[in-house]
Design a protein around this ligand. Sequence first.
Ligand code: SF4
Ligand code: SF4
Length: 355
Amino acid sequence: MSSDVFFSTIDSKKHKSPLLKVKKLINRCAPEKFFSKNELIAVKTHFGEMGNTAFLRPVFLRPVIEKLNNIGAKPFLTDTNTLYVGMRTNSVDHLYNATMNGFNYSTLQVPVIIADGLRGDNSTEIEINGDILSSVKLAADIATADGMFVVSHFKGHEVTGFGGAIKNISMGCSCRQGKLDMHSDSKPGIFADKCTSCGRCLSFCASSAIDMSPKATINENCSGCSMCISVCPQAAIYINWNASSASTQSKMAEYASGVVKALKGKIIYLNIIMSVSPACDCYPGNDRPVVGDIGFAASTDPVALDKACLDLVCNAYGGTDPFRERYPEVDSDIQLSHAEKMGVGTKKYKLIEVQ
Ligand code: SF4
Ligand code: SF4
């Protein structure tokens, strides 16, 4: 059994607005069947790191928000704090960054909420039956929403091959500890030369896992919550980015299953296949796109949607995968196949072109 993926090309002979195309795609996914009046609906996107310009243009969120408003739902725009230290590490910096990148009330007329709280530890644990994980730690304000509309910038990714809807609902919907679970197979470490022995990490660690002698060190009690990373004023606490691509992708697929479970499947997905940069929007810059702008695709199945978008990009690149060419050691089919195995969706799709 295949899933429908609705697609509109960027090509336009009559100056038709891309926003009208996106509107039609949204309608084909029948949001009225998913969302109801007064429901709190998360509109999940990625606000882009400061300095990056490849991230999704905020204007593409307008048709989504308008549709949710017409239904009578109460949409809110959301993203989660990052694991790495940057402009999206805590909600204060993150909201400033979002505003500067155009995701704010004055441009979109909806509140912006960082879904995992001030320091990325506001989470809800959801049990799953994964091959690797028995539970996932999700951003609380996403896990407890009534539904979600996921709008993703489809592009390359150095760890996962590509980043699309699956990545947005896994890495993008987890709290900081969840991101650490997916990215690392060990606990954080501390750069002794950067540590000023201020003791701030010690006062925030709930597991008595930090010793001061006189520099901070992490002991065996560490639960991997990663709170210390966000509170260190010296950026002295580092993440061991040591999980393999296969491990990260498989855990992502399991996190995606937890998100679908938490939201009872009330999720619609829209991918914007423009500015298809080779790497993540979390970098403070971006490289030349690997292909020209392709268009827009929407579905109620994130696996089918990402597979269709990957195929569209490969076709535009002459029939080969530009991401695999750049990251030959990364097999992006792992996230698709494991998500399929976890019941998140199917790789089989029917591409329906919408004019
Ligand atoms: S917060 Fe950072 S600088 Fe302060 S003691 Fe901990 S590791 Fe050292
Ligand atoms: S990751 Fe959490 S438990 Fe481990 S040292 Fe840091 S604050 Fe403590």
